[in-house]
Design a binder for this molecule. Sequence first.
Ligand code: ADP
Ligand code: MG
Length: 366
Amino acid sequence: MATIQAIEARSVHQIQSGQVIVDLCSVAKELVENSLDAGATSIEVRFKNNGLDLIEVQDNGGGIAPDNYANIALKHYTSKLSSFDDLSRLNTFGFRGEALSSLCALADFHIVTAQAQQVPRANRLDFEQSGKLGKTQIVAGQKGTTASVEGIFKRLPVRRRELEKNIKREYGKVLNLLHAYACISSGVRFSVRNAVGKTRNVVVFSTNANRTTKENIANVYGAKTLSALIPLDLELEFEPSAATRRAAATNGEQLNHIQLRGHISRPVFGEGRQTPDRQMFFVNSRPCGLPQIAKAFNEVYKSFNVSQSPFIFADFQMDTNAYDVNVSPDKRSILLHDAAALIESLKTSLAQLFEAADQTVPQSQV
Ligand code: ADP
Ligand code: MG
């Protein structure tokens, strides 16, 4: 009979890391969220060969204190959460201390960081596969942090081959995700660049540290897209489930309703799009995939405009007890405790909104 024995620590790290960083989107998401958590007002994302060779995120946030260098990429080391109780009061994107440790296991990872008082000096920190701090050296740099990921999935050959095969599609998905962060972040300048083959790097899109999501949308998608949108400004009221009420009571909070803020295509032929690739969902300004909610939006929209898909930018502002972000290692899915009731209420409100919206064809289309 075969002996039952423990898997070697390095292999365990490899396997778990592949669950935290599942694709190119995970890499960009984790690095951008770290920059936002660090209070950055300017974030530049740079790709080489659509991310296959390099994904690098530079911010002008607070930088990392030298005392913390050795712990940056150790698994479950975080400056954002110290106990499970803190989870319901979370106001940072990160909290598990797993992203950087996972990137070390899957790629070559290094950081250049400087706090204000160190400038013009910065420290370049190279990390080992295990997440341990390796070589350090003093370099020139500005305030903030640059995190560089080279050769993503080089240590998971099957996943690397898959990524290479589907790189066009995967790169498109990352851009959509970055659009979402750029549009929702007020007062943060985003700039995304890519260098393919021997060509110089080109700006893919950028925003101007605008105050409003409207201005961000105009920067990312153009003024024409913006002019075809109507505001989404809905209050969704429904009975919270017993489970949600119990969670809220424990934390001494009141659950009443959900506010939905954002922008959506006018339900008029010519104002939607042929492809459903411009649909962004957020919970308390956190970009996330909400497939059931997306489906509800599209269904209601289709009952007004059969042949097109709407542009959707929808931010659900709700009590932090009404959902759980800690459901998967990649933190991408959010569990809404009262999804069914929310969707019913959403459908009714959306139908009323479209009913009331100007359904006449705009002058420019006549
Ligand atoms: P988490 O975000 O869950 O804390 P990470 O592995 O993403 O875990 O990051 C580990 C720690 O490294 C963070 O808690 C933070 O203190 C620090 N850090 C990471 N990226 C940055 C950054 N861009 N600016 C400042 N500090 C950072
Ligand atoms: Mg993080």
